[in-house]
Write a protein that binds this ligand. Structure first.
Ligand code: MRU
Length: 341
């Protein structure tokens, strides 16, 4: 991803390995500052994933892959490491995909590098395919952050927008702020700004208003886990956006690499949904939001049924929900994706 640091345009990855450490852009610090978090042990990796130093399904997978390779290099007990990293976040399938891939490849550092390069290359392909769905003057809604920060580079939902911009298309992006962690306002808006893509941050509850007023032409979101029937989990709030989009005849696209598809689960009802600490909802800028005695519920994801999805944008092309068995056969022939469980 292109980043302007004090007037100099630099190319940054969200995750990389250097000097025997896994390095991560600390997403908790953006957009105020670009700070690098250095993980030297598997405990650091588990903390980084749980505390959302790194977030976004594909980036979590790459972090786990590098973390496992680093732990093996440093002589940690790999059974314990796998268990610890596997317990960090339950919903994003990429985490489990990366662990299975690394197990099958003896936790080698070369496998972790390949995993990272594959994920990055595949998200670029998503950008190329997704660009074909974006016309000139399109107004696009996105939810949460599915940009380069959530992958390694390019992004999933944001990759098609980067390609559209590079093609000279005039686009405008409505960015849901994404309560409670504000990934939209803090991360997506920052990434779009770095690319010079015009956008506006909107309150999460404003999207329906803009859809009904015909100010949004299409929606593109990422995914954390997609099941065999095309249901998918994504950041909390995605479901209601998809329902309102259908009600208004607006196509709703889901961009994700093969590593997010979990064909072992038949429907979204069986996706484990992470529930995070209530303070993420209750504490805003260090202050308690409501009465001190009030509690909160904080599901991090929701499930959107496949009937609301116009198509999935993947590195293999664009697939309607009823075409997922074809995608599955294609993926079964892809040696990288065909990791044993
Ligand atoms: O809790 P997060 O920030 O890790 O959740 C990430 C999302 O839900 C993203 O929006 C996403 O679409 C999946 S990652 C490309």
């Amino acid at each position: 991803m292109k980043v302007n640091i004090d007037g100099e345009i630099r190319h940054l990855f969200a995750v990389w390995y250097e000097d025997d450490k896994v390095k991560l852009i600390d997403q908790r610090k953006l957009p105020e500052k670009i700070e690098v978090f250095e993980a030297s042990t598997s405990d650091d990796i588990a903390y980084a994933i749980k505390d959302m130093v790194v977030r976004g399904a594909p980036a979590i997978g790459v972090t786990a892959a590098f973390g496992l390779a680093m732990a093996k290099k440093k002589g940690e007990d790999m059974n314990l490491v796998v268990e610890k990293i596997g317990k960090t976040r339950p919903t994003a399938f990429d985490l489990f995909k990366a662990i299975a891939y690394m197990k099958a490849n003896n936790f080698d550092m070369s496998a972790a590098s390949r995993y990272s390069n594959e994920i990055s290359g595949r998200s670029k392909k998503i950008g190329e395919y997704g660009n074909s769905l974006i016309g000139n003057n399109s107004r696009i809604l996105t939810h949460c952050n599915a940009g380069a920060l959530a992958v390694v580079d390019w992004g999933t939902a944001l990759a098609p927008m980067r390609f559209a911009k590079a093609d000279g298309k005039n686009i405008f992006v409505f960015v849901d702020e994404t309560r409670p962690r504000l990934q939209g306002a803090k991360l997506t808006a920052w990434e779009l700004g770095q690319e010079g893509i015009e956008h506006a941050i909107i309150a999460d509850n404003a999207a329906g208003h803009f859809m009904r007023k015909k100010e949004i032409d299409l929606c593109i979101v990422g995914a954390d886990r997609i099941t065999a029937n095309g249901d998918f989990a994504n950041k909390i709030g995605t479901y209601e956006k998809a329902v309102v989009a259908k009600e208004n005849g607006i196509p709703f696209y889901v961009a994700a690499p093969g590593s997010t598809f979990d064909f072992s689960i038949s429907s979204g009802d069986d996706i484990p949904i992470e529930e995070r600490a209530e303070d993420e909802v209750l504490i805003v800028n260090g202050k308690h939001l409501g009465p001190e005695t009030s509690h909160a519920r904080n599901p991090a994801f929701d499930v959107t049924p496949s009937r609301y999805v116009a198509a999935f944008i993947t590195e293999y092309g664009i697939f309607k929900p009823d075409e997922l068995s074809r995608l599955r056969s294609i993926m079964e022939k892809d040696l990288f994706m065909k990791t044993p469980k």
